[in-house]
Write a protein that binds this ligand. Structure first.
Ligand SMILES: NC(=O)c1ccc[n+]([C@@H]2O[C@H](COP(=O)([O-])OP(=O)(O)OC[C@H]3O[C@@H](n4cnc5c(N)ncnc54)[C@H](O)[C@@H]3O)[C@@H](O)[C@H]2O)c1
Length: 256
């Protein structure tokens, strides 16, 4: 507890899935948490839940693909909490297609997953500089490094996030800003719930299925809180000598 005491963290896409679990964990560790989320209902519900549990949390409606929305979010965060120490670039869209992807699908995936990550970082870094440093955690994936069937659009964006993590780590080291990436395997969030549901699998069946949970050493799908724990590590001072690193949190999937 209190590993983030006195820190202010912005979590993009913090209303649901891994982002929500990260906001909950950060608040429990004493951070001021800003949920920078495009979905009003998810943002409000998560902020209320965290606040009711005693956390210091605020929902700021944000579309990471729109620069003016990001600038408003940063201004509101600084107005409320005085600065920003931690950024989790978690928001993403799952546009899953192969070589038949349309130009609209390409723009949507790149706008949110790649350009959004870059624009939020650009807007937050000046606040980290003022604070004397900071920690940025980007959400990569096993998909950053692998070929997967009909995933050209999504995997291209996650590979970009891996490369951006290395480049940003180099560029921002002189500002005492660390940049790392957490790379989950399969996590039980809305996209996995939907895809396994379409295949007729409930959670237990999805855990055991050789194409889902059964595809990794640990033989199960991860819970979002298990990814949040890794994000917390990079965000906290425990990771003071880590930058430009990728932590696979995939039940051993990529070790095969
Ligand atoms: N779920 C998995 O199995 C898995 C595996 C590997 C990596 N990841 C990565 O983890 C991250 C979170 O994934 P998840 O499964 O929790 O996703 P999710 O869809 O459950 O949550 C993503 C959140 O981002 C928000 N969002 C989408 N577009 C936005 C925008 N333009 N501006 C602000 N917010 C926006 C959504 O409303 C949603 O609340 C993503 O970067 C994803 O690529 C997920």
């Amino acid at each position: 507890m209190n590993r983030l005491s006195g820190k202010t963290a912005v979590v993009t896409g913090g209303g649901g899935g891994i982002g929500r679990a990260t906001c909950e964990r950060f608040a429990a560790e004493g951070a001021n948490v800003v949920i920078a989320e495009v979905n009003q209902e998810l943002g409000e519900t998560t902020a209320e839940a965290i606040t009711s549990a005693g956390g210091n949390c605020r929902f700021v409606p944000t579309d990471v693909s729109r620069e003016e929305s990001i600038e408003q979010m940063v201004a509101e965060t600084v107005g409320a909490f005085g600065g920003i120490n931690i950024l989790v670039n978690n928001a993403a869209v799952f546009v899953l297609n192969g070589i038949d992807a349309t130009i609209e699908e390409w723009h949507r995936s790149l706008d949110v997953n790649v350009i959004g990550t870059s624009l939020v970082t650009k807007a937050v870094v000046p606040e980290m500089r003022k604070a004397g440093g900071g920690s940025i955690v980007n959400l990569g994936s096993i998909s950053s490094f692998l070929g997967q069937p009909n995933f050209v659009t999504y995997n291209a964006t996650k590979a970009a996030v891996a490369t951006m993590t290395r480049c940003m780590a180099l560029d921002l080291a002189e500002d005492n800003i660390r940049v790392n990436s957490v790379c989950p395997g399969t996590v039980w969030t809305q996209i996995v719930e939907r895809l396994t549901g379409e295949a007729g699998l409930d959670r237990a069946a999805a855990d055991a299925d050789p194409e889902w949970g059964g595809a990794c050493f640990l033989n199960r799908i991860a819970d979002s809180s298990e990814i949040a724990a890794a994000i917390l590590f990079f965000a906290s001072d425990d990771a003071s000598y880590c930058t430009g690193a990728h932590l696979m949190v995939d039940g051993g999937y990529s070790a095969q």
